[in-house]
Design a protein around this ligand. Structure first.
Ligand code: FES
Length: 132
């Protein structure tokens, strides 16, 4: 009888550990889809002139405006993560010399990927930049 009780206890313990491990594994593998987006920056649309830009230094973002409208680029270099600097025509990385055009496309390496773009919502004269 004691052996049966111990075997049952061992089974329940093993089952509990397996279930807990499964839950942790699922939470780790499946991204959270809570639908909440984090606001990275806000601006008034009027603050960004045509063919101009508004820099968000702390957030390492730049809100750009051209004839097609507004867009937001990350200022994090896709090579090794330095902060690119903004010039009139390009975005240049001071670390290893990568250069990007105003659309964030690579002009010269070593970076091979374009700068990340963020989503934005333009509404009632304001612009909100989201992380996804
Ligand atoms: S981190 Fe920008 S070129 Fe290397």
């Amino acid at each position: 009888m004691e052996n049966l009780s111990q075997s049952r206890r061992s089974f329940i313990t093993t089952l509990t550990l397996l279930l807990a491990s499964g839950v942790l594994l699922v939470r780790y593998l499946i991204p959270r889809t809570s639908g909440t987006r984090r606001v990275l920056a806000t601006a008034a649309a009027a603050d960004v002139p045509l063919n101009g830009a508004l820099l968000f230094r702390d957030e390492r973002l730049i809100l750009m405006r051209d004839n097609s409208g507004f867009y937001v680029l990350s200022l994090i270099c896709t090579h090794l993560g330095c902060t690119v600097t903004v010039t009139e025509d390009t975005l240049a990385c001071p670390c290893h010399g990568s250069r990007f055009d105003r659309q964030g496309m690579v002009l010269t390496g070593p970076a091979t990927l374009p700068l990340k773009r963020f989503k934005l919502v333009e509404q009632n004269g304001g612009i909100t930049v989201y992380d996804s």
